[in-house]
Design a protein around this ligand. Structure first.
Ligand code: 15L
Length: 285
């Protein structure tokens, strides 16, 4: 059985994925946050913005699903540390530890400034809609470098919105059900001919903005379609900002911050004191 490292395992996507993959792989779950374990998995707490942590968690695994990072638009410092430095550390640590295969969940926000009346495939030039989107483009570029220069096998999934059900009109086009997520990830782990690939992480949505031919070529056969929820969702939808409505990235195209759907849990008073003054706290211990 293959050992798979999932970074950012405590987040929404990580939680769905671990539940779906339980029993199929030996899962090593990693996160900065504490985590509720699923079945037999092991947990390694790590801060991927530190190379030593990245080296520790990537040792001895067959593949990495690198979900860890800042998952929405927000302050540059957070994105820089988690999605630029952290992403670099995971790729570089994988290379040093001889791990060949990395699945990188990039985002629809790498191409969010395409209009909603356009259909795009995996070959379009990038059009990020946010600092967050730019950080995902960085990860795709880093993946391309590590594939070409170091022979790594990199599978980039431009993920829409993973949820048991679509939550609004925009998400009807980019909805990604947990079981379709598991199928696309399994292809990324198992397919024998991955060098560098970009696929879209969405279900078989009738309203999709993507031509997902590359995923289909690799064997993806999604089972869900958001259309069954469409009437109910459209009846509740209120008109939004006209720019957000025009582009695929929605509110990411206009907002400086987007609420995090899976925020970090509040630190206890003691832990946050330790976070503010790590050296002094360390001496005291
Ligand atoms: C993303 O890339 C985010 O990680 C996720 O939290 C959602 O906001 C999603 O995009 C979306 O576009 O709905």
């Amino acid at each position: 059985m293959k050992t798979i490292l999932i970074t950012g395992a405590a987040g929404d996507v990580g939680t769905h994925l671990r539940r779906e993959l339980a029993g199929r792989y030996r899962i090593r779950a990693s996160d900065l946050r504490p985590l509720q374990k699923v079945a037999q998995e092991t947990f390694m707490r790590a801060d991927i913005s530190r190379m030593a942590d990245a080296l520790r968690i990537t040792k001895g695994v067959d593949a990495i699903v690198h979900l860890g990072g800042y998952s929405v638009e927000g302050p540059w410092e957070g994105i820089l540390s988690a999605n630029i430095i952290g992403c670099y550390n995971v790729f570089e640590a994988a290379r040093r530890n001889g791990v060949k295969r990395i699945l990188f969940p990039t985002s629809n926000h790498a191409v969010g400034f395409y209009r909603r009346d356009q259909t795009i495939d995996h070959r379009v030039y990038i059009k990020p809609d946010s600092r967050y989107g730019v950080s995902k483009v960085f990860g795709e570029a880093l993946g391309s470098l590590y594939a070409d220069k170091y022979g790594m096998q990199v599978y980039c999934m431009r993920i829409g919105n993973v949820n048991p059900e679509p939550i609004d009109k925009r998400r009807l086009s980019i909805w990604f059900s947990p079981r379709d997520l598991a199928q696309l990830v399994t292809i990324g782990i198992e397919h024998p001919d991955i060098r560098f690939e970009i696929v879209y992480g969405i279900s078989a949505n009738k309203r999709a903005w993507y031509d997902n031919a590359n995923a289909y070529r690799l064997g993806y056969r999604p089972q869900d379609d958001s259309e069954v929820y469409a009437a109910e969702i459209l009846a509740k939808e209120k008109p939004g900002d006209p720019t957000a409505e025009k582009y695929q990235g929605g509110v990411f195209c206009v907002a400086e911050e987007v609420p995090n759907p899976a925020p970090l849990p509040k630190l206890s008073a003691r832990a946050s004191r330790r976070k503010r003054a790590p050296r002094r706290a360390a001496r005291r211990r």
